[in-house]
Design a protein around this ligand. Sequence first.
Ligand SMILES: Nc1nc2c(ncn2[C@@H]2O[C@H](COP(=O)(O)OP(=O)(O)OP(=O)(O)O)[C@@H](O)[C@H]2O)c(=O)[nH]1
Ligand SMILES: [Mg+2]
Length: 847
Amino acid sequence: MGSASCKNSKSATPAAKNEEAKKITIGVFGLDDAGKTTAVKAIEGDPVKEAEPTIGTDKLMVPYPAIGKGKGKSKERIEMIDVGGGKRFRDRTWGECYDKVHGFIFVVDASNKSRIGENKTILNDLLDNSKLQDKPVLILANKQDKKNAIKDEDYLKDKLEIEDLKRKHRIEFCTAIGKDKSKADDAIRQGFSWLIGEIESDYQKLNARVNKTKTSTESKSPASTKKPRGRLHSEPSDMDDDGIVYGKSRQKSSSPPPSYRVLDTRSSQNLSTRLPQLDINKSKRKPSGYNTYSDNDDDKDVTNRSFSRPNVVVPMSDRTNRASSPPLSSAAAATAGFNKKKKVVGTGAVGNYDLPTNKSTLNEPKPFRSTYEPFPDDIPWTSSSIRSTKLDSTLTPKPSMINDPLKRSVSPLVRDSKPITSTLSKPGKINDDDEYGYKYGLLSSDKNKPSYPSLNRTKDDDSFKYPSPSSTTKPLTNLRKPLSSNHGLDDDDYGRKSPSIIRRSNLPPPVTTTPTTTTTAKKTNRYDDNSDNDNDYYKKTTTNTPKRLDSDDDDDRNKSKPYDRLSDRFKTNDDPYGTTSKSFSSKPKSRFADDDDDDNDKYKPAIKTRPKISDDDDDLPSSSKYDTRPKYGSDYPTSSFSKPTSRFKQDDNDRPSSPYRSTTLPKYGEDNRSTSLSRFNNNDNNRTSSTTKPSTHSKFSDDDDDRPSSKWKPSTYSKFDGDDDDRRPAPLSKIPSRSKLNEENDDDNRSFSSKKPSSSRFDDDDDRPTTLSRAPARSRFDDDDDDDRRPGTLAKVPSRSKFDDDDDDDDRPISSSRPSTSKLGTSGARNDYTSANRSRTNPYSDY
Ligand SMILES: Nc1nc2c(ncn2[C@@H]2O[C@H](COP(=O)(O)OP(=O)(O)OP(=O)(O)O)[C@@H](O)[C@H]2O)c(=O)[nH]1
Ligand SMILES: [Mg+2]
C-alpha cells in the first residue's frame, strides 16, 4: 500500500523517477450502490458478486493494465481510492481524495434512472472541482446487465449533461459483476487502460500536481514527516478539501492510534494538542458481521487496503438512546456539546455515527426499551391476570392508548395492555402486537431512522447493514405500516371493537359443514400450513393458550348473541380467500384477512356474511361448545388467520422470522411441505435455526390436523411473545428479514433479516400478488431517501439484490440490507442471496 505516494519528484533519482512514474492513484467516485467497489474489484482481478457498502474510503492496489510496452507484466500497481458513495461520504471524504488522484473513474448505475439526476449533479461537481481539473475521467455506465440500463452514450451524456465536456473523458458501458471470474468486464478493462494511458501521457503534469499537494500538506503538518501511522482517511482535519472548516469540531482521540501510515498527511499530533482528548479506543466496538472493517488500528491488519473507519464516536444525540453506550470520558464530556452540534467527530467519520461500530449487542434493545423500562416486569402476567385485566373495561387498553407510544410509556395501564395484546389469543391481538412492535420498536421510524447513509443500499436498509437499536426496529415499522395502511387497521387493530358483534349480527346461520369447501379452501389457502405450524408450536410451547382463547371467545359470546359457533366468524375469512378465490391476486387480502380475521371482521363485512365453514376455534376448549372443528379435518386452512401473528410469536429465538414470508410463498394452497418452504414445515427442530424458525412454525408447520389450536392463536401472539422480553423490538436478528419475504429461494431465507420486510410485502400486493417470490414492496422504499439508504449495514443487506429484479426501475430501495446481513454475521449468506437473486435481476437500485 501506499505506493502512491509520497515521493517528491525533485529529489528522486532517475531510477526513482521511473519508479515514480509508475505511481498512479485513481479515485473512484459515484453514488452509493453504483458498483464502484465491484468495478474496482474486477479491475483488481478479484471480482466479487456482492460488495459491501464502502464506508469512508477504501484503498487497494490493482495491477497495471496491459497497455503500452510491457505494461501490466510488471509488479507495478495502481492505487485505487474507492470511496463510499453515501451522501455523507460525498460531502466529507471525497474531497480528501481529489488532490491525490491522477485521474478518476465515475461509476454510474445506468440501470437506476431514478438517480440519474443525482449522478448528473455529483459528476458535474467533480468535473468542476479545481482539484480534479483536467484530470482524465472514465465514466462507467455500470449494470448493463440489467434490462433497463441506459445503453446509449448520447442519451447518457445528455442525462448527465456532459455533452460538451472538454476534458479527457471516456464512457464505457459495463457490467462490473462480470461473468468471468478471472477478469474484469472488457469494457472496464478497456476503459481502465484508456484512463491509465491518458494519465501516463500527461503524467508529469498530473503527478506534479499530486506531489505539490502532498508537499504542501506535509509542510503544514511537521508531524507527518515522522510518518506517523494511522488511518489514511479517517484522520480529522481542520479543513477538508472542499474548504469546509471543521476546526475544533473534528475531534479525535488525543492519543494517536498505534500506527499511522506513511500516507497520512494529516497531523494527528496537532490535532491531539488542539482537541480535547477523547479516549474512544476503550469504547471501540467492532461491529459484528462487518466483514471489511477492522477495528484493529494496528497495521498488521492492513493488507492492501485501508479503511478510513475511525474509532467510533457516537454523537451525543445518538447516545441518548443507547443506554449501553459507555460513559463518556471527561474529555469526551468536555466535547460533548460540540459533538452534539456536529454530530460527527473526525473526518473518518463521515460518519462516525454511521458506522456499525456504534452498535453493540448491548445497545440494540435499549432504544425502545427505554420507554417502558421503568415498568418492572415483575407483574405476574399470568393468563388469568391477563384475563382479568382484559375483562376489566377500565383497564382495557384503548386503541388510542396503545397506539400512542407516549401514553403507553407513561401509563402503567397502557403497559399492561401490552401483555394483554401479546398474550391474548384473539386474532386481533396479533395486530396489536405488531402495533406494539411498531410503535415501540419503530416508533421511531422517524427518530430512529438510520443515519447511515452510505451503508445502506436501501434507504432504510441502514439498519440492515449495521443493526442498531433503532435500525432493528425499523423493519417492524415498515412492516406494520403497510399492513395497517392497507387495511385501515392501523390503530384500530386493537380495537377489536367487538367486531364479533357485528359479525354475529351480520352472519348468516352457521353452516355446519361443508367439507368440499374446506378442502378447497385448503388448497387455495396459502396459510394453511402455517396455521398448522403455529398450532404445533403452541401446543408445545404454550399451555395456556387454549384457555385464553376460550375466555376470549367467551367474551365475545357474551357480546354476541347470534353466534352459533366461534368458527363462524372465522369462516368468513376462509371463504373469500380460501374457497372462492384461489388466485394469488387475492393473496394480499387473504394475508391480511388471516391476520385480522377476527378483529377485522368489521373490515370485511362481505366475508363475514358468508356461511362459515371453518372451525378455527375448534381445538380450543371453547370450541368444544361449538364443536365444529372435527368436521373439516386437518385440511382446514386454519393457519391463514393466525399466521401473521404467529410468526412473530415464534421468534423467540433470535432467528429472524419473516412474517412476510407467508406473503411471498405461493404455496399456500397445497401441501406446504411440497413448497420451497417445506423445509420449515413442522420441524420443531427448525426453530433452532434462527432464520428458519419463525417461519417454520408459524407459517409452515403443518399440522394439518385439527389439533386444538385456534387459528387465532397465532394471531394473538405477538412476535415477541415467546420471549418475555421479546415484545420489545427484537434485535435485528429477530426481525423478520425482508429477504424472507422476497425470497424466491428458500435457501436464502435465513441469511437475512431485513428491516423492511413488511412494508415491501404489502406494497406490491395488488400488483403482483401472484408470485410469492417477488420482493414486493421494495419499490416503496426506494425513493424514501436516496442517501440514507442502507443500514448502514446491514441491510445493505443482502436483500437488496432481491428487490432489484422485481422492478428494474425502482432499484434499490435502500441500503442496505447489506449491513444487516453482514452484521448478522452471515456475510456468506448474504452473498448467496445476492448471487441467487442477482441472476434474476438487479439487486438494488436505490441506495
Ligand atoms: N446487476 C448488477 N449489479 C451490480 C453490478 N455492479 C455492482 N452491482 C451490485 O450493485 C451493488 C453495489 O455494488 P458496490 O460495488 O458495493 O457499489 P458501490 O458503488 O461501491 O457502493 P458504495 O460502496 O455504497 O458506495 C452490489 O449489490 C453489487 O453486487 C453490475 O454490473 N450489475
Ligand atoms: Mg463501495
